[in-house]
Design a protein around this ligand. Structure first.
Ligand SMILES: Cc1cc2nc3c(=O)[nH]c(=O)nc-3n(C[C@H](O)[C@H](O)[C@H](O)COP(=O)(O)O)c2cc1C
Length: 174
C-alpha cells in the first residue's frame, strides 16, 4: 500500500470482527515495529502479544478506554538501561513506544487490519498480569483486529493553524 494513502486512511478502529490475525501477519507487524527509529538504537522495546481470550478479557478490565474485544493486543514495554529512571528518560521511553505503535498501526492497516493505540491502562495491574520484570515498564497498548466499523475521519486542524515559518505564530502558507 502507498505510504501516503496508509497515513491518510488509517483510522482508530474500536469495533472488531472475531477473525483472528494470522501468525504471518502478526510477524510482519512485529517486524515493522522493530524497524522503528529508537533512541540510541537501544532496541529497548519488548512486545507482549496477547491473543488468549481469557487473558484478553482480564487485561481489558484494566483498560477502561477499550470497549470491544480485539483479536490481539500488543503491550509495548520498554527496558530501562539504568535502575533509576529519570523523568527525561521516561519521555524518551514513551517516544520509543509511541513511534513503534505508529509503525504497528500503519503496518496493520496496510494488511486490512484495524488498530487503536491505547495509553489509558492500569500499568501496575498489567505488569503483574504479565509478570513484567523489574526494570521494564509498560508504556503503550495497541488493540488489533479486523474492522467491524469504518469510522469517518475525525476533523484535523488546517496546516496553517499548526505550522509556522521561521517564528512561532508566523503561519505556514501552503
Ligand atoms: C497516545 C495515544 C493514546 C490513545 N489512547 C486512546 C484510548 O485510551 N482509547 C481510545 O479509544 N483511543 C485512544 N487513542 C486514539 C485516538 O483517540 C485517535 O488517534 C484520535 O481520536 C484520532 O483518530 P484517528 O486515529 O482515527 O485519526 C489514542 C491515541 C494515541 C496516539
Amino acid at each position: 500500500m502507498d505510504l501516503d494513502k496508509a497515513i491518510r486512511e488509517r483510522r482508530s478502529i474500536r469495533r472488531y470482527t472475531e477473525q483472528e490475525i494470522s501468525t504471518t501477519d502478526m510477524n510482519a507487524i512485529l517486524d515493522a515495529a522493530r524497524w522503528s527509529p529508537n533512541s540510541g538504537n537501544t532496541n529497548s522495546w519488548r512486545f507482549i502479544v496477547v491473543t488468549d481470550k481469557a487473558l484478553k478479557m482480564t487485561m481489558l478490565n484494566f483498560m477502561p478506554g477499550v470497549s470491544d474485544v480485539p483479536a490481539a493486543i500488543i503491550l509495548i514495554c520498554i527496558e530501562a538501561k539504568q535502575k533509576r529512571v529519570k523523568e527525561a528518560t521516561r519521555l524518551v521511553h514513551m517516544a520509543d513506544a509511541a513511534i513503534a505503535s505508529q509503525n504497528i498501526s500503519l503496518s496493520a492497516h496496510s494488511m486490512g487490519i484495524g488498530s487503536c493505540i491505547v495509553a489509558s491502562f492500569a500499568d501496575v495491574a498489567l505488569r503483574a498480569l504479565f509478570n513484567v520484570p523489574e526494570g521494564i515498564a509498560p508504556y503503550i497498548a495497541i488493540t488489533l483486529g479486523y474492522p467491524a466499523e469504518a469510522p469517518l475521519p475525525p476533523p484535523r486542524r488546517e496546516i496553517e493553524e499548526i505550522a509556522f515559518i521561521n517564528e512561532y505564530g508566523e503561519s505556514w502558507q501552503s
